[in-house]
Design a protein around this ligand. Sequence first.
Ligand code: GDP
Length: 301
Amino acid sequence: MFEKLRQAFSSLTKVVSEKKLSERDIDDVLFNFQLTLLESDVAQEVVEKLTNDLRTQLTGASIERSKDVGDLVQTRLRDSILEVFKKAGSVDILERIETSKKKGEPFVVLFLGINGTGKTTTVAKFTYFLKQNGFSVVIAAGDTHRAGAIEQLTQHADRISVRVIAQRYGADPAAVARDGVLYAKSHHIDVLIVDTAGRMQTNQNLMEEMGKIVRVVSPNLKIFIGDSLAGNDAISQAQMFRKYTDFDGAILTKADADTKGGAALSIAYVTERPIMFLGVGQEFKDLRKFDPTAFVDLLLG
Ligand code: GDP
């Protein structure tokens, strides 16, 4: 997982530890570092932040022993990355659901994202996670456009014994979501998850559709689903959704297959929203809570 980004960090630490660097050396080293970051799907803005933080540290430090410079670089990188995640904040999902439950209200979660990113699978994984934590869940099939979407969702839901509220294809997704709320209220269900469409070619319509669902059901939480493997596309999708339907957090899928590693850092930085979970496989159990410290430990070794 994330080999390329790990390699970028360890190569930089190795180079600065091996010899004392002149100003010119620092420029060269940082230039190469920037290239490897870009190759690891780290967004341009984040590359600039990381290298600027390091440059200040490296040029400002009057350190004689190069081993100390290696340590300094590691510490600076760790701090810079943690700073990005700190700024993005965090969501204590279980606590928030518990609060709604105490008030006797269903907690409504809206899933946003483009088709093919793993959204349907993630709805199922997230539902499974909530059930494991003792909450009852119902799902509204808000993708009324894509052929087979309702059946796919229902198949997953059947395997975890959760009911799907659906209408016919072509129905208004906001009406389906409202049906879901009414069902959750009348059956005292703790959480309603609203799946949505994610067709790429009609951005404007899709964004209007999301806006209407938000107005009709006022979700407690909006989660963007991004595909770790999609690189810069995942980052621009996150920006697009953030612009029209500001979300509260993100789940990144397919992290298990991601050899690069830049997506989590980039999406958190660019959207200033937390990465809540990583999808780490195709099974329902393969959803892992994202922990910034564990992420940095993995990257910096
Ligand atoms: P949707 O079109 O966004 O609803 O995407 P799907 O949920 O149908 O997922 C597309 C493909 O990605 C399926 O083959 C999933 O099994 C796979 N997938 C989803 N999440 C993950 C993940 O975290 N890791 C891996 N390896 N595959 C995933």
